[in-house]
Design a protein around this ligand. Structure first.
Ligand code: FAD
Ligand code: NAD
Length: 327
């Protein structure tokens, strides 16, 4: 049997590539440093139910992604989310309804990558630190020093700064990845035993600290007894408060939330903070995916395109397409 293709990263980009390669008859093996799939679009299990701390929803502009969404919808992995939308500017909260179709994974964001992963071979809790090529095959080394291989090709599907560290075999690719700046986001979740008395379910915020707030439980299929909310800090605020303690971040964003929302905000029964160091590329790019076809090394991820779920998925599609084209 032939050596499989290694795919590093089980976010939406890595799984987009993995599914296409598998469907084309190519053996794949996936790796992820986390305990499960999804990356920045994973949901977190908590005492207050599952929480979407990263990607909040996604939109589709490309026909290929829309087609995929309809398949995922038929599988029961996604559904539309039509929140009561607001915007907040200069302390003014106003309704901001629109016609945009927005999608979420159901019953959790992770349902999508879990569905795509299916029975594909994967090694979790495995942080890859080195990717090198012998005469014919690739070998991966993980953080514990263990080797994995041989692999025929490698697809690197991790955020740009982490990709750069895995691409020294292809210096040009490594340089492109290293040129991408990625911005952090502080995410906070608050859970209230008594539902807040507001109509707000999602709000685009233009504020020093807050960028977005969402009523997590207003998404289709979400469980949990609490009225859970997710708050995102702006890139600027998050960068300026990168090393603040979780307690202090919760206090600050909770304060900003209480000031903004149009109801009384009691002390939450549940709180949680998560720091996304590489939340989004500082700007969009038009690389779609990176390839050194001669070597058999590919890189994909949201940072090759738009910094959105759709961009990450399209990037994974392109990496797979180019790999198959060069077999
Ligand atoms: P990731 O999801 O980051 O996947 C990379 C995977 O690789 C991870 O699972 C990681 O654990 C793993 N990994 C990394 N390094 C290694 C290593 N060395 N070895 C092994 N595994 C490794 N997009 C939208 O469209 N709509 C939104 O509303 C939205 N909101 C967002 C809010 C936040 C706070 C964040 C953080 C992101 C948001 N995004 C949103 C962006 C969206 O989540 C990403 O664009 C998309 O999920 C990126 O997918 P990816 O596969 O490229 O990368
Ligand atoms: P989208 O079309 O819903 O929103 C794009 C942007 O348009 C919003 O950020 C907002 O500024 C504005 N907007 C849209 N509808 C609005 C309305 N009804 N009222 C007021 N403003 C409105 O979604 P998209 O283009 O798919 O973008 C995905 C979302 O993910 C964006 O909000 C983006 O900021 C967010 N995101 C966040 C991170 C992070 O790290 N925090 C990373 C990637 C993406």
């Amino acid at each position: 049997s032939k050596a499989p293709i290694a795919i590093i990263g089980t976010g939406i980009a890595g799984l987009s590539a993995a599914r296409t390669l598998h469907d084309a008859g190519q053996p794949v093996h996936l790796f992820d440093k986390s305990r499960g799939s999804g990356g920045r679009m994973a949901s977190k299990r908590s005492d207050a139910g599952s929480l979407d701390l990263g990607a909040q929803y996604f939109t589709a502009r490309d026909r290929r992604f829309t087609d995929a969404l309809h398949q995922w919808s038929a599988e029961g992995w996604v559904d539309q989310w039509a929140p009561n939308l607001y915007q907040a500017r200069e302390g003014q909260l106003t309704p901001s309804a629109d016609e945009q179709v927005r999608w979420v994974g159901t019953p959790t964001m992770s349902a999508i990558t879990r569905g795509l992963l299916g029975e594909l071979p994967v090694t979790f809790n495995c942080r890859i630190t080195e990717v090198f090529r012998g005469e014919q095959f690739w070998t991966l080394v993980d953080a514990s020093g263990a080797s994995h291989g041989p692999f025929s090709q490698v697809v690197v599907a991790v955020p740009a700064p982490q990709a750069a560290a895995l691409l020294p075999s292809a210096p040009k690719l490594a340089a492109v990845a290293a040129s991408v700046a990625m911005e952090p986001t502080w995410a906070v979740s608050l859970g209230f035993a008594t539902p807040l008395s507001t109509q707000v379910e999602g709000c685009f915020v233009q504020d020093d600290a807050l960028d977005w707030i969402a009523r997590n439980r207003s998404k289709p299929g979400r469980d949990g007894e609490f009225d859970t909310w997710v708050l995102h800090g702006t890139s600027n605020w998050s960068r300026q408060h990168l090393d603040l303690s979780k307690e202090a971040v919760i206090e600050r964003l909770h304060g900003a939330f209480a000031e903004l929302i149009d109801c009384v905000v009691p002390a939450p029964e549940f709180t949680l903070a998560h720091r996304w160091l590489y939340a989004r590329p500082a700007q969009a790019h038009e690389w779609t995916a990176l390839a050194d076809a001669g070597l058999g090394l590919y890189a994909c991820g949201d940072w090759c395109l738009s910094g959105r779920v759709e961009g990450a998925w399209l990037s994974g599609q392109e990496a797979a397409r180019r790999l198959l084209e060069n077999l």
